[in-house]
Write a protein that binds this ligand. Structure first.
Ligand SMILES: [Zn+2]
Length: 186
């Protein structure tokens, strides 16, 4: 028993209209069916090779993560910053370098610790605009001007004195503090 319903489809291979014998037909002819099949196989292979490429790219990072001691290059790769930035972190006392013979290695745990710091501190550890010799630490100010920690904190906030950080210490420009706290000459 044949039905009178004609099923008109668009061939997915050549784009021509065709009368399909089955509702599932996707191509107009055997030739197009073969071409479509080959194309599917090809794209399957591309997918596999893309995945392999991705694996090759990811693997070194996984290897680095598994190690306890890293070279400067590996550390830079791991956190995606330049070698220069790594050296800068070291100079600021934020990332210890370990010297083994003549090689510089970095403990992965020290790298992890970089990311444990409060965001506020990370934000503030930018290159220092005023040389540290021209700065006071909080302790120095308290000793020189006999000011309480709270009063000093308020003063710095109120006058927006720029704070700089080196290692764990905060520094403020001497000139600003002297201006605010030194007794004015009559
Ligand atoms: Zn076709």
């Amino acid at each position: 028993m044949s039905s009178n319903i004609r099923i008109i489809r668009i061939c997915q291979q050549c784009g021509n209209e065709f009368e399909a014998r089955k509702t599932t037909s996707k191509t107009c002819s055997d030739a197009c069916a073969k071409k479509a099949y080959k194309a599917r196989q090809r794209s399957g292979k591309v997918e596999v090779s893309d995945q392999q490429t991705l694996q090759i790219k990811i693997k070194p990072i996984e290897d680095i993560k598994a190690q306890e001691f890293l070279t400067v290059d590996e550390s830079a790769k791991l956190i995606r910053i330049s070698r220069r930035s790594l050296y800068r972190l070291n100079e600021r006392g934020e990332l210890p370098f370990v010297k083994l013979n003549r090689r510089t290695v970095i403990r992965r745990s020290d790298i992890d610790r970089l990311f444990d710091r409060p965001a506020e501190l990370l934000e503030k550890s930018r290159p220092i605009p005023v040389p540290l010799v021209d700065c006071y630490t909080m302790k120095e100010i308290r000793e020189k001007y006999s000011i309480s920690e709270k009063a000093l904190y308020d003063l710095i906030q109120r006058h927006e004195v720029p704070k700089q950080y080196s290692g764990i210490y905060a520094y403020v420009p001497k000139s600003r503090i002297d201006q605010l706290l030194a007794p004015t000459l009559p």
